[in-house]
Ligand binder design. Structure first.
Ligand code: FES
Length: 131
């Protein structure tokens, strides 16, 4: 990621191409994997925010081939995160490069706080995430 991308906090992870792939009911976020090809391969990710959800959520498939969901707000200045393929981490898109493990534990960078990992269940082609 380039310096100016970091300066302006432009993350690499995009919203899903098909916005109908996710839905919120109460405090449960569901993601239809058949409508979210972005999550097919390790390192793939989508960011979910806006439209009826009061949190920013990063959903990704990690190096461990498992799905994960984190609150998508860096503990330093609140910028968004991206998965770091091959490193088993997620990293803030800002200059401070705060880095966290898949459980949200801070590993390095400007942040002094952990971020919250969300409980996720994977059944068939559906992810169910507790917000
Ligand atoms: S906002 Fe993430 S390191 Fe500063």
């Amino acid at each position: 990621m380039g310096f100016f991308q970091r300066l302006f906090g432009i993350c690499q992870t995009n919203p899903p191409a098909d916005p109908s792939c996710w839905n919120v009911t109460g405090s449960t976020l569901t993601v239809d994997l058949q409508k979210s090809p972005e999550l097919a391969a390790s390192g793939g990710a989508i960011r979910i925010d806006g439209r009826g959800i009061d949190k920013r959520v990063l959903v990704f498939k990690g190096d461990d081939d498992q799905y994960h969901a984190l609150i998508n707000r860096c503990g330093h200045g609140g910028r968004r995160l991206d998965p770091m393929l091959g490193e088993g981490t997620v990293q803030c898109c800002s200059i401070g490069k705060s880095t966290y493990d898949y459980c949200g534990k801070r590993l390095s960078g400007s942040s002094r706080k952990d971020i919250r990992a969300l409980e996720l269940k994977h059944e068939g082609s559906t992810l169910t995430i507790d917000l």
